[in-house]
Ligand binder design. Structure first.
Ligand SMILES: *Cc1c(COP(=O)(O)O)cnc(C)c1O
Length: 371
């Protein structure tokens, strides 16, 4: 198992130096993009559905940051479904009622086919999660949740369900390993949509699962090989290139998100701001305990769907689109996705990027006048 990364280095350094390979005379500084379906015999790799050196570089860097070993996938959903596929038929899974919409969609199908039993719970209610975990094989957490910004008490849940035998997986997409390390908090799996902050430029799909357990790591690698949700080598290269600058991008975006959240909370057109960094946020205390920062995602609520649509259409700098975690600030009324019926009509999810904070505020303030 490739448990790598020098743990004595700060995460910001690890993001830059991990996964670089040998310092061979005349060799390239970066691990090259390996476009190959097969490898010459005699080495570790044989076929490219099992192994790819560009994946390995990305996995070494991400695994180092999370404190485990990573397995890269073609997308975040490729990573999510690989973990689910490890469960036996009929297994019980506890999951957030407001889990990422694709994860919820997967559960609907798995339940309909009799593949899994899924108990949806309010992830911010630790007692409800622990009660639901009776007889469960897996507790699926997401914290903060997308897009309601719910915070799960990861350490308390891990400790409380351990005796019952349930494994815990945490979708860490919103926090990234720089702000939250679920393996340290007792989780068995960390799942990422690396499409988002990790790659960070809205130009590829990628995913990963990280674990500190070598058996689970082997099982995940086998799932990747047999399910075939393999990351393209070019995407692996770009995801690693994005990861190199994650610390600086995230620091900038997070500082701006905090500033915008405070100003939005005072804006007359905004009825609610969901951001765990605000002292009045219901998740603030738990987030402060388990995260080293509150991240660059926030959601706001305005009067109704029409007002939210008008605001989203009125921005000039901020891009009105789905997805998140890029250098550009994006926003979206999430309820426009029919599946997301647990989201308030007038909720706008904002992914804060790296533009100048005052340009973003001016854009938001002007757009909010359209409410
Ligand atoms: C986007 C997202 C996913 C799915 O990732 P893809 O890369 O789009 O497949 C999973 N979880 C969360 C929290 C996400 O935001």
């Amino acid at each position: 198992m490739a448990l790598t990364g020098d743990q004595r280095l700060h995460p910001d350094t690890l993001a830059v130096v991990a996964g670089r390979g040998e310092r061979a005379a005349g060799g390239p500084l970066n691990v090259p993009v390996s476009f190959a379906s097969a490898y010459h015999p005699g080495g570790d790799a044989t076929y490219a559905r099992d192994d790819n050196p560009t994946w390995s570089a990305f996995e070494e860097a991400l695994g180092g940051l999370e404190g485990g070993a990573a397995v890269a996938f073609a997308s975040g959903m490729g990573a999510v479904t690989a973990v689910m596929e490890l469960l036996p038929a009929g297994a019980v899974v506890v999951a957030p009622r407001d889990a990422y919409t694709g994860t919820r969609w997967y559960f609907e199908g798995a339940v309909a086919r009799g593949r899994l039993e899924v108990r949806l719970v309010d992830i911010t209610d630790t007692a409800a999660v622990v009660a639901g975990a009776q007889g469960a094989s897996l507790v699926w957490l997401e914290s903060p949740t997308n897009p309601l910004m719910g915070i799960a008490d990861i350490a308390t849940i891990c400790e409380s369900v351990r005796a019952g035998g349930a494994a815990v997986a945490v979708d860490n997409t919103f926090a990234t390993p720089l702000l939250q390390r679920p393996l340290d908090l007792g989780a068995d799996y960390v799942v990422h949509s690396a499409t988002k902050f990790i790659a960070g430029h809205s130009d590829l799909l990628a995913g990963a699962v990280v674990t500190a357990d070598s058996d689970r790591w082997e099982d995940l690698r086998v799932q990747r090989t047999v399910l075939g949700a393999v990351l393209g080598p070019m995407e692996a290269y770009l995801a690693l290139r994005g990861l190199r600058t994650l610390p600086v991008r995230l620091a900038r975006a997070q500082a701006t998100a905090g500033l915008l959240a405070e100003r939005l909370a005072d804006h007359p057109a905004v009825t609610r701001v969901r951001y765990p960094g605000l002292p009045g946020d219901p998740g603030h205390a738990v987030a402060a305990k388990q995260m080293s920062g509150f991240g660059a995602m926030l959601s706001i609520e305005v009067a109704d769907a029409d007002a939210a649509e008008r605001i989203c259409a009125a921005t000039n700098v901020i891009v009105h689109t789905t997805s998140l975690g890029g250098v550009e600030t994006t926003m979206e009324r999430r309820r426009r996705h029919a599946r997301e019926d647990y989201t308030p009509d007038g909720l706008i999810r904002v992914s804060v990027g790296c533009e100048h904070p005052e340009d973003l505020w001016a854009d938001l303030d002007r757009a909010l006048a359209a409410a």
